[in-house]
Each structure stands twice: as C-alpha cells, then as structure tokens.
Design a protein around this ligand. Structure first.
Ligand code: ATP
Length: 417
C-alpha cells in the first residue's frame, strides 16, 4: 500500500504537486493520470525517496521509502527505461542490480524470461529498441519480486503485442495481491488495465475512484439519432423538436445528431409526433478518454497553437451556458475567471476541491512561501522532521538506474543540486 498525505513539491516558484492525498491499495491496478506536466513523475519520485516533499509525506507499506529495510525487495519501479549503461548487456545490467540488493543470480534469468528478453540477454543494451528497453526496465522492476510496483508510462514504445503483454502482466501482478501503480497517457489502455484511477491536474487531485465510477461521473450518456441523409429538412425538424422538449442537440461529423437530456423512448415519440423517419436511434456511453478529457481540459498546460485557433481542444461540459456577451462557441472561459453558467464541481470531483475546470489560481505560485502576503489556501501541515525521507543522495544502490529508484531524473532534481 502506498499512502500520500498532503504531499506538496515546489521547485522554486513552481508548484509541481500540491496537497496531494491518496492511497494506492494492494490487489488492484491503479492508473495514475494527468496531462503533461501535471506532476505524475514528481509524485512517483517522492514515493521512491528520490525527491523530498516540500510538505506532507508519503509512505510505502507504512514507512517512507528510505526507511524500508531492503527497499528493492519491497518496491520495484520503472521510471525511465533509457537510464541504462548502454555498453552493458541486459544480463549484466540486471546482475549488477541483483548483486547490489542481495538478490539471487537465478532471479536474473527468471525475469529475463518473464519479459521475453532471454534471446538477447547477452547483447549490449545500447542496440535495444525502445520497446526492448521498456522490457528491460520492467525486468529490473520485477527483480526483487516486490509487493509494490510503480511504472511510469510502461507501454511507451511497445508494439500491440507488447501492450497486450504488459496489460496482462499488470493484471497478474495485482491478482497476486501486489500494489500496482501505473501512469499512462493511453486512455484506451487504462480503461482495459486499471481497476482504479487517481487523476491529477496541475499537481492537484481531481479524482480518486474506480474506472467505472470515473466514467459514470464525468460523462453523460447520449443518444445518436440519424434521419435519412437525403432529406436534411427532416434532420432540422427533429433537431427543433428535441430542443423544444428540453434536449441538448449537437451535430456529429457524419451528419447524425448527438442528443443528451432525453431518454430514447421519448426521442422516438418526438420523432413520431414530428413525422420524422429515423435511420438510427442508439444509446451510447462515453469512453474513458472522453471522460478524462472532460475532467482535465482546464488543467492542460501545453497546447498547440493550431488547436487553439481551431478550437479543437475544447468542448464545453454538458449543460454549460455561455455567459452573456461571450463570443459564441468560445471555450474555455478566460483563465482564472468563473463566468456565469460556469459548471460547479461535478459529482466525480473531489469534495471540497476547487473546480478543476478553473485555471491555476488555487495552486500558490508566487510570492514564495514566507514572502510578505503569502497565504496558501489550506496549507498542509509540515510533518514532524522524523517523517521526512532523508534528502536524496546522488549515489543510490542501483547505479544503472532502470527499474530501480535510482533512475536519473527526467528533470534535474533541485534536491540533488
Ligand atoms: N527538477 C525540477 N525543477 C523544476 N521544475 C520541475 C522539476 N521537475 C519537475 N518540474 C516541473 O514540475 C511540473 C510537473 O512535472 P512532472 O514531470 O512531474 O509532470 P508529469 O505529469 O510527469 O508530466 P509528463 O506527463 O509530461 O511526463 C512540470 O511543470 C515540470 O516542469
């Protein structure tokens, strides 16, 4: 079990993670989702004692990582698969990690078999493809047969067969009662792999719930209705009738109508009353991807200017009414402002948490802590000094990095400096 309480990390004026509290339970695959730069890797690094929290704390099996006896046998991690000494063979890389942690040599062959690298085990890893590197990183994570596993983007570079393999591996590890915490941007994959989701945006918790609940709470079921393609006036007639009856109607790219707010039998009756023939009337549930996009769209930091111009990034939440005077179709509303009609936090959001559609002001950025006038909202309590993991050191028990918490940082760690 992994438990974070009020976890906060600041890099100078940048708040990467703010007041994050969650539990990752054994026996489940827990997906860790969030847009680019939302703080996933930083959180994982704090779990592994590679970054010290600015406030709050995180424990693995009840202790900070650095206080775990023989940590590599309790926790395995894939942070950065490229963090391997390229001149070393896969076998020697794993052997080195095993020897540093007192893991028997035979385990090296076992994990090479598990990840399917047995035939290239003696080849230098610098010739490995991205997918082979990922497999080697996963082998290193499994080396100590740990109860707790963290994977940062494990399917990166894997082909479809590899993706299927890792999906089954994660599920198997969880079914053995292990704690499996995995970050990914592949929503379709997460929908198939994860039982539970932790979603963050701009370093803050947006959701902590089962995949099923997440989809149910963050998406509206809808109906697709199609009238004969050859009679566009029928479509307009139906659209008017459905809107008048209180439905929300949006055109689909293929000419169908997407209708929310009306049950299927009612749509059928309204079509009948309007004397409109239907070619399609079908119920639909949103995908995890749609639910995720809906929840995190306001917390996306990096966006193509092309998308911004074309408005591709933004679909207003269901029920959103543009404020008076707004440019028609403009979404999202101006950052930091919550105009009239701005949706309140929905049922899928964390109680007491700010509306995630809102822009960053909840995350205190400046002035820095201690500066005149700085007042963090609900500032988490500093834990006693004894609960803080010791400051990360440059040299860690696994010098080659991959698969062990020793993996070099994606960013230069301020702590290490
Ligand atoms: N050592 C550092 N110094 C300064 N800023 C940092 C450092 N590490 C991370 N950050 C910043 O903290 C924020 C969170 O970064 P992080 O890598 O944790 O996000 P992420 O969710 O893992 O992103 P991605 O999905 O792109 O991998 C980013 O704005 C990042 O630039």
């Amino acid at each position: 079990m992994i438990e974070a309480v009020g976890l906060t990390k600041r890099y100078g004026a940048k708040t990467a993670v703010y007041n994050l509290s969650f539990q990752v339970k054994p026996g489940l695959v827990t997906g860790f989702l969030g847009p680019n730069g939302s703080g996933k890797s930083t959180t994982m690094r704090m779990i592994l004692g590679l970054d010290a929290p600015t406030a709050g704390h995180v424990t693995v099996n009840g202790r900070p990582y650095r206080q775990l006896p023989n940590a590599p046998r309790q926790v395995g991690a894939l942070l950065d698969a490229k963090a391997i000494h390229g001149g070393r063979s896969a076998y020697n890389h794993l052997l080195c990690l095993a020897q540093l942690s007192g893991i028997p040599k035979r385990r090296v062959d076992e994990v090479l078999g598990v990840v399917g690298l047995q035939d290239v085990a003696r080849k230098r890893s610098k010739g490995f493809s991205l997918g082979m590197g990922q497999r080697l990183g996963i082998a290193a994570a499994l080396l100590g047969d740990p109860q707790v596993l963290l994977f940062d983007e494990p399917v990166n570079g894997l082909d479809p067969e590899g993706i299927l393999w890792i999906r089954n591996l994660m599920k198997k590890l969880a079914s053995e009662g292990r704690t499996v915490f995995v970050s990914s941007h592949l929503m379709s994959e997460m929908a198939l792999t994860a039982d539970h989701l932790i979603v963050i945006g701009r370093g803050q918790l947006l959701a902590d719930m089962s995949v099923k609940d997440f989809i149910a709470h963050n998406s509206a079921d809808f109906a697709r209705v199609r009238t004969p393609d050859t009679e566009p006036e029928q479509r307009d007639k139906l659209s008017a009738a459905l809107t008048e009856a209180g439905g929300h109607v949006r055109p689909e790219p293929d000419g169908a109508l997407r209708v929310t707010g009306l049950p299927l039998p009612r749509i059928s009756d309204l079509a009948h009353e309007a004397d409109v023939r239907l070619w399609e009337l079908s119920p639909h549930s949103a995908s995890l991807e749609e639910a995720y996009m809906r929840m995190t769209q306001g917390a996306v930091d990096y966006r193509s200017t092309e998308d911004q111009r074309a408005g591709l990034h933004a679909q207003p939440p269901v029920g959103y009414a543009a404020p008076p005077g707004a440019v028609p179709g403009a979404w999202p509303p101006p950052q930091g402002a919550a105009p009239a009609g701005y949706p309140p936090p929905g049922p899928g959001m964390i109680p007491g948490q700010a509306n995630p559609y809102a822009a960053p002001p909840q995350v205190p950025q400046a002035p820095p802590q201690g500066a005149p006038g700085w007042q963090p909202p609900q500032a988490p309590q500093q834990p006693p000094a004894t609960q803080q993991p010791p400051a990360p050191q440059q040299s860690r028990p696994a010098p080659d990095g991959a698969g062990a918490p020793a993996a070099p940082t994606k960013h230069d760690s301020e702590d290490a400096r």
